[in-house]
Design a binder for this molecule. Structure first.
Ligand SMILES: [Zn+2]
Ligand SMILES: [Zn+2]
Length: 320
């Protein structure tokens, strides 16, 4: 019997014709994610406060307690031409659309619709236009209209579910209204990385941000990743691709050599062994060094805890 079965994709809604007993798992022809009967929940109006990580809220509160912080950062961003960053990416990267990387466009729409945000722009970049800052990673910026940039290596080497997680993580930064502070942190890191702080053009700009502001900003920047990881999980609705995407960003993508169970065990061991005071010292040192290191093992351990304490399920259950 060659009777075809029609399955509606739970993520993007596309109707797919599939064989009744396909070999392997059938995937959606539009978004390329696995087809299944499991439901996929869409949040019509999700309040970021229900998932924002407490370390993120605490660090943000400390940042916001600095008098006049928002005007200071807005001034910093205007002097560093943040609004032209979009132009730089438009001029140097491929913009994702229904006709360009359509499966990524479908994933972008899934992330935006699930979290209930306006669809941001998505660019794919071989290297970032600021040379070397992006690496095997992705980022988002844009105060007026947010945009996401994903390194093409991720597109080549991650699974479709992992790519959805990466895009959803960035959409999570947009949803949590991180953009002002993240844009400022990213520019601060760029200025430092390329020793631009010392140049006569930018030296004046750097003095705008006192060491207190810089430390508070970068401390929060690291912790905001935890909230965006939770947003990614709320979109993907399966912890594994969120964790394996981070595992691959930590240790490479050679599928035959990298073991998911061993990595989860490593994340658990990390959680059991680290002392919060020690980690706090590490954050302070990293902020002083203006590092934007992503710490994937720590982030996986935080996602594990959120799932295992039932908090993730509680947020999901809010949607009928
Ligand atoms: Zn689909
Ligand atoms: Zn992030």
């Amino acid at each position: 019997m060659n009777q075809r079965q029609t399955i509606r994709c739970r993520y993007c809604g596309q109707l797919n014709q599939v064989e009744p007993r396909p070999e392997g798992i059938p995937i959606c022809g539009r978004c390329r994610l696995e087809l299944s009967d499991a439901p996929h929940k869409k949040f019509r109006s999700l309040d970021p406060h229900v998932y924002v990580h407490p370390l993120d809220s605490q660090a943000l509160a400390a940042l916001k307690a600095i008098p006049g912080i928002d005007p200071i950062l807005k001034k910093f961003l205007s002097l560093t031409y943040e609004r032209y960053f979009r132009v730089v990416f438009m001029a140097s990267c491929v913009k994702v659309s229904e006709r360009q990387y359509p499966h990524l466009h479908a994933k972008l729409e899934i992330a935006a619709k699930t979290l209930g945000i306006e669809t941001p722009d998505l660019f794919i970049s071989v290297s970032d236009p600021f040379e070397g800052g992006l690496g095997f990673n992705a980022f988002s910026s844009g105060l007026e209209k947010p945009f996401i940039v994903v390194n093409s290596l991720l597109v080549e080497r991650l699974t479709d579910e992992e790519l959805l997680s990466i895009i959803a993580h960035e959409a999570g930064h947009v949803h949590s209204q991180h953009m002002l502070y993240r844009a400022a942190a990213i520019i601060l890191v760029l200025l430092t990385r390329y020793a631009l702080m010392a140049s006569p053009i930018t030296a004046g700009i750097s003095t705008l941000l006192s060491m207190t502001v810089q430390a508070a900003l970068l401390n929060w920047y690291h912790k905001s990743e935890l909230s965006a990881d939770r947003a990614a999980l709320l979109v993907v609705q399966d912890p594994r691709p969120v964790q394996t995407a981070l595992m691959k960003m930590a240790g490479g993508t050679l599928a035959s050599s990298i073991n998911y169970e061993a990595f989860i065990a490593q994340a658990r061991a990390f959680d059991e062994s680290y002392d919060e005071h020690v980690l706090d010292k590490v954050w302070t040192l990293l902020a002083a060094a203006q590092s934007a290191h992503p710490f994937p093992v720590w982030r996986v351990s935080e996602i594990l805890k959120w799932v295992e304490r039932g908090d993730y399920q509680r947020v999901l259950d809010q949607v009928s």
